[in-house]
Every structure is written in C-alpha cells, then in structure tokens.
Design a binder for this molecule. Sequence first.
Ligand SMILES: Nc1ncnc2c1ncn2[C@@H]1O[C@H](COP(=O)(O)OP(=O)(O)O)[C@@H](O)[C@H]1O
Ligand SMILES: [Mg+2]
Length: 286
Amino acid sequence: MEGLSKNEEVGVGVQQIADYEIVQQLGEGSGGQVWLGRTPARLEISDDVVAIKTLSHAASDADFARLTDYLQLYASISSPNLVRLFDVGQQGNIIYLAGEYLPAGSLARPSRPFSRVDVLRAMADISRGAHALHEIGIAHRSIRPGNAMIGDHGAKLGDIGLSQLLSPGQTVTGTSRVSVIEYLPPELVQGQQASRASDVWALGATLHKVLTGQPLYPGLPTESLVSALRHILNERPTMGDALRNGERHIIEASVAVDPSERPSTAEALAIAIATEADRQAEKART
Ligand SMILES: Nc1ncnc2c1ncn2[C@@H]1O[C@H](COP(=O)(O)OP(=O)(O)O)[C@@H](O)[C@H]1O
Ligand SMILES: [Mg+2]
C-alpha cells in the first residue's frame, strides 16, 4: 500500500502511516492523533501492535532532528515506569512516534476500577518514571492524568518525547489549552524553563486531580487562556475536601509556589506517595 503523499493530512480512514498498517484510531489529544498500528518487522520487538502518535503541527527538519537525537538518548534509559518508545519517523510534513500500546488507558479514564491505594501506587510509579527522565536531564513538561498510563505491572508515564518537539523558546500561551494549564506551575507561566521542580508540581496537581476529581484551581476562568494564566499567578491552589491528611501534606508540598520548597526530586515524591499508600493499605487491614 502507498504511504501518504507529502502534505497530506492524516485523517479518518487512514490505512497506512509509513510502514505501519493502521488497525484503528485510538484517540485524539493535544498534540495530534493516536493510532493502533501493526508492528513492522524492522523494529524487532515482540509487541504485535504499537501506539502511533501523529503530530498535527507542521514539523520542521530541526524538530525531526531533535526528536531522533532524543530517541537515542531515551533508548539509554530503562525504566518500567516510562512508556517505551520504539520509533520516530517522518512522512511528508507529518512526524510520528511509535511506542508501547497500553490498552488499559490512563488515570484520566481508567478502564477498570481503581481503589484509592491503587491510585496512590500508580502515582508513585509515574513519579519514578519522571525521575528516570530527570536523571538524563530531561523535564517531561506535560505530566497530567491523561499521560499517566496504566500497564499490566504498574503505571507508566506517557507522551515521552513530545516535550522535545516544542521548541525551547515557545511560550506557554503558544502551546497550552485551558484544560491543561492547571498542571502548569506558576514559574512556567512566568516563562521560566521546565525543570525537575516544575514536573514535581505537575505530579502534585495530577495526584490531586486523580484523588479528588477536582482541579487545583476550582475558580479557573475557562473563557480565555490569558485570564486563566493570570488566575494561576494570582491565586493559590485549593486542596479538595476529599483528601486524607497524609495526601494533603504531600500535595501541598509539591505545589509550593517556591520550587525549592517542593520535594527535591520526583523520586523523593514517589517514596512519600508509596509510603502513604502502604499506610492506607495497612490501616484498611486493621
Ligand atoms: N500508548 C498508548 N496506548 C494506548 N492508548 C493511548 C496511548 N497513548 C495515547 N493513547 C490514547 O489516545 C488518546 C489521545 O492521547 P493523547 O494524544 O496522548 O492525549 P493527551 O494530549 O490528552 O495526552 C487518549 O485516549 C489516550 O488514552
Ligand atoms: Mg497523552
């Protein structure tokens, strides 16, 4: 079958992306569309199918070069808590990333019931995944429930590699939707570089959302991005009522305005969350 011609949009009814035979569309997100595709033999992996993300913004050669460099760097980390990335390619204007397919979805919409302890354990895993990325000098920059993917043996941080595509100089307003800015720490809104600490904030905001179902900023204006960003700079996060004390302490520390007051690493946060999970599990037994 022919691949897509240059400039052709990947759209409904697509059957082939590069040498991937498309089985179905899995969804659509902030950066583009996600497809289920059959694994070409050249990848030499045991997975029969992979999740392929096609990026909707026009990609430059520089974007592609950055992404392939990143893939090489990324291949050097092995963490059970990061979604595996197998391939990056370009077809016409379209860049695609092929990675591990996780049929159970994400914590944003889990495909099976999750107990509170399960949620905490999953978030400890996601924090460990973030730490593994940080250890090679990369900030994820879009940690949120929809990127906390559920695996067979623990949770895995997804959308790895996408942040590498956003050019370093790109502003928050240029890249964000109102629905994701509740995961942005104030220092990023002010234009600072992403860091371990900014990912720790996003982990705290994600933990808050998956435990309470509520956003950190209940009054966030949604009519315009600018007013939403202003709100983040002027207001403090509000802790949901449904939080247990131990959870509240962890989240409050993670979303401290001063980055130096947050847990110093995502691993430290992972340990705190896992300890809280153990404590709750123990309490449920007695
Ligand atoms: N590796 C994957 N395996 C299975 N489903 C995935 C995978 N990656 C993304 N999806 C699904 O595709 C949809 C869109 O994902 P994505 O583009 O990453 O959205 P978002 O921008 O919200 O992160 C979501 O429903 C997500 O659960
Ligand atoms: Mg995603």
